[in-house]
Design a binder for this molecule. Structure first.
Ligand SMILES: *[C@@H]1O[C@H](CO)[C@@H](O)[C@H](O)[C@H]1NC(C)=O
Ligand SMILES: [Zn+2]
Length: 388
């Protein structure tokens, strides 16, 4: 990661590119959760959560440099979590030259419903930075963000499943006048990028190995004729990148008092919703760390960006929400970025924010399976495929 000032001129060059795709980040009906739904989701904390190095983090807080045995073990752990949840897994494995010679990298891509035409993508990098002396753990960089993604997947899988069952059975709910069959067309995808870290000095080529590879791959992969975007004759010919509503990238999180900015105008409304979720959690007494602290800036920071795994996707026009603390944590790229840098209350707050925001984005009903869900009115009108 490197703090890079993006010049106004560069932004001006990119602006037309971004606006050409702006329709993809069009505003959704962001269905705010009721107070009780929010409370139910927020307090779903796993029972083993009494220390920062128990649960998922116990498996992630190890040195895991790309191409090493430990990196493979972390991949296996991530895969095992999603296998249990029944998600679809794709591996993007490739070998690339680095300053240390050829290294094998593996991005892991997990999708709840691989047939859905659109995706909300949450992502983080799971590799840790190489240091000659070894031993660097990267707790904030990015073990904690990876653990949050696992938490979101576990918390929301039952809701995603319940909705899919209703849609498959032809009995989707009508919520606030919106049919959840439409909402179900956007699924949740979680990407763990490998090779984010530079081996030597951070440059355009010695950094973000995994995300560069995946963005190139998806940019060259055309959608099948049956896809709704192809049927709608979108131009230019749509690729897998077009199925990404937004790429949300989490990085350098888990230490106390983060300061998070919005960097992109087209996704600022999502950032505002994220900040609103945090405000609601705080007002409801569901935040036990820094409850008086604002983590989310009120202003768009359009003139500086932080180089990270989103770069290759941004340059190909994918809408980006970059959740990173700036300034970076004091432990950044130091041996002290270990479990002592993390705070349980902070991690819990991030998990709650991301669970509630993601559920609202996807239009999930948080009391799914409960009495409230079955009591809601059903949509009886037949759908044609054109309406998908
Ligand atoms: C691999 O992880 C273990 C902890 O599980 C650690 O003791 C070991 O040093 C790591 N190996 C390398 C090469 O960093
Ligand atoms: Zn780093």
């Amino acid at each position: 990661m490197r703090l890079a000032l993006v010049l106004l001129a560069l932004l001006a060059l990119l602006a037309p590119l971004v606006s050409a795709f702006a329709s993809r980040a069009r505003r959704r009906d962001f269905r705010a959760l009721s107070e009780s739904q929010m409370g139910a989701l927020a307090t779903l904390d796993p029972p083993e959560w009494d220390a920062v190095d128990s649960g998922h983090l116990a498996h992630l807080l190890v040195p895991r440099v790309s191409g090493t045995e430990n990196n493979t073990q972390v991949q296996e752990y991530l895969s095992s979590v999603f296998a249990k949840l029944g998600w679809h897994e794709d591996k993007d494995r490739f070998t690339q030259e680095t300053p240390l010679g050829d290294v094998q990298f593996t991005n892991l891509i997990f999708t709840f419903d691989a047939d859905a035409p659109r995706k909300l993508v949450l992502s983080a990098h799971f590799d840790s930075k190489w240091f000659e002396q070894g031993g660097f753990i990267g707790a904030t960089d990015s073990s904690a963000p990876c653990a949050t993604l696992l938490d979101v997947a576990e918390a929301l899988t039952p809701l995603l499943r319940a909705r899919k069952a209703r849609v498959d059975a032809g009995t989707p709910l009508l919520q606030d006048g919106h049919d959840e069959e439409d909402a179900a067309a956007t699924t949740l995808q979680i990407i763990f990028f490998d090779g984010e870290e530079a081996f030597h000095e951070w440059t355009d080529t010695d950094s973000v190995y995994g995300s560069r590879h995946l963005a190139d791959k998806w940019d060259a992969e055309y959608l099948p004729p049956s896809h709704e975007f192809v049927r709608r004759r979108l131009s230019p010919r749509p690729t897998v990148l077009d199925t990404v509503d937004v790429l949300v990238l989490l990085d350098l999180l888990g230490a106390p008092s983060p300061s998070i900015s919005s960097y992109y105008r087209d996704t600022d409304w999502m950032f505002v919703q994220l900040s609103a979720v945090d405000d609601r959690l705080r007002a409801a007494g569901l935040v036990d760390k820094g409850a008086k602290e604002h983590w989310f800036s009120k202003y768009i920071n359009q003139f500086s960006g932080i180089d990270d795994d989103h770069r290759p996707f941004l340059h190909k026009g994918v809408p980006i929400l970059h959740l990173i603390t700036s300034p970076f944590p004091a432990v950044w790229h130091r041996m002290s970025d270990n479990k002592d840098a993390l705070d349980l209350g902070v991690l819990r707050r991030w998990n709650r924010i991301m669970r509630v925001w993601t559920a609202a984005y996807l239009g999930l009903s948080a009391d799914d399976g409960g009495a409230a869900a079955t009591a809601a009115p059903r949509n009886a009108s037949p759908k044609t495929t054109d309406e998908l």
